[in-house]
Design a protein around this ligand. Sequence first.
Ligand code: SDX
Length: 430
Amino acid sequence: MSSKTSTITVDGKSVELPVKEGTIGPSVIDISKLYGQTGMFTYDPGFTSTAATESKITYIDGDKGILLYRGYPIDQLAEHGDFLETCYLLLYGELPTAAQKADFDYRVTRHTMVHDQMNRFFTGFRRDAHPMAIMVACVGALSAFYHDSTDISDPHQRMIASMRMIAKMPTLAAMAYKYSIGQPFVYPQNDLDYTSNFLRMCFAVPAEEYKVNPVLSRALDRIFILHADHEQNASTSTVRLAGSSGANPFACIAAGIACLWGPAHGGANEAALKMLEEIGTPDRIPMYIAKAKDKNDPFRLMGFGHRVYKNYDPRARIMQKTTHEVLNELGIKDDPLLDVAIELEQIALKDEYFVEKKLYPNIDFYSGITLKAMGFPTSMFTVLFALARTVGWIAQWSEMIEDPSQRIGRPRQLYTGAPHRDYVTLAQRG
Ligand code: SDX
């Protein structure tokens, strides 16, 4: 514990507040006693300068474009490992031994089926229901089936619930996709690896054998690694806040899915592809760059900018490389959307508006092109983001639940509404 302190002077009265230092990155001023000592709150609506928690899971250096999962650089994990190895690392803090990896893979694989009565939820939805709406509903509904893993005070039940969600997200995501195209659900197959299993559940049909393309499976597995966790982003903070009330893990992850859906967050991959389609050809890029810079125009370049990264998102670089790999494997020589994306990136990175505001491509800029080339409809892009981020949400939720100092999250406010006033009867109101 650091002995450093920070002094804040309020109305001529000075208050000493402890400073806490991390392993790497900014230190924090512990203001938990500030209200008691000064009668004042701090104010930071977007949490731009506020640490809501201590964590050992993921570290981001936004200025240097660095992302570490439990200290390991994202590019090394994406290059050398697979998604379930990253899941193990995020959950348990260390890379697994061969025996631990085999056991973890075995356990996840044997939780991939969902209760067969869940199939009936789908028939209640219209075929054109957005798959994110279906995921919010179905993941929340898992708590109606798995009462034996909702007691969050029991570490064993927390572990089972975690395994179930990591394992069942691909199955539910594939079911949402199949339902939207009127094809029968495909059950998981235990002799396939996690991501190959997911591809088969999405694209196999009963009429013929489905052969997994190992290049596409490896590419999608890497995309899942890139999306697995990202410290205290909006959806993770939602999961932590929901969990702080003692809500069951399935309900907390459903809350995270709902938050991720927003176009400013995980919904940006869907919005970015729609933007590239709307731009259509490179000659229309200047018009959209002007719109993005126009204060009176709500248009933003989707897939650009980030609250933390003020440099290139390291995930976007790996994503771009994966895009080329997938397009080459599929023999897609010239994808007009990719041409627009590359040209747009080059123009934006030279434009003084984007340079001055440090707006770089983020993970959502290239992911849509890759997923579309793989055969996923745009509406499934954020579902794939949620599938991958489930492990990050669970790791962060577990860390919060296991923190002995954990309390219900309850922010305060600056009140600027009406002061006290007495009731006026209808007759007196005229
Ligand atoms: C994700 O938090 C995470 O870690 C999220 C994530 C994860 O893995 O969990 O990384 C995933 O959500 C990535 C971000 C995906 N969203 C988008 O691509 C949507 C487009 N980007 C923006 O809406 C925006 O950049 C945010 C939401 C990502 C960040 O918003 P901030 O930090 O609140 O920044 P801001 O909106 O205050 O913008 C700062 C300035 C503003 O101009 P001024 O008011 O200062 O003049 O930059 C401008 C903005 O207008 N700006 C943009 C822009 N993003 C910011 N201008 C044009 N196009 C953009 N994309």
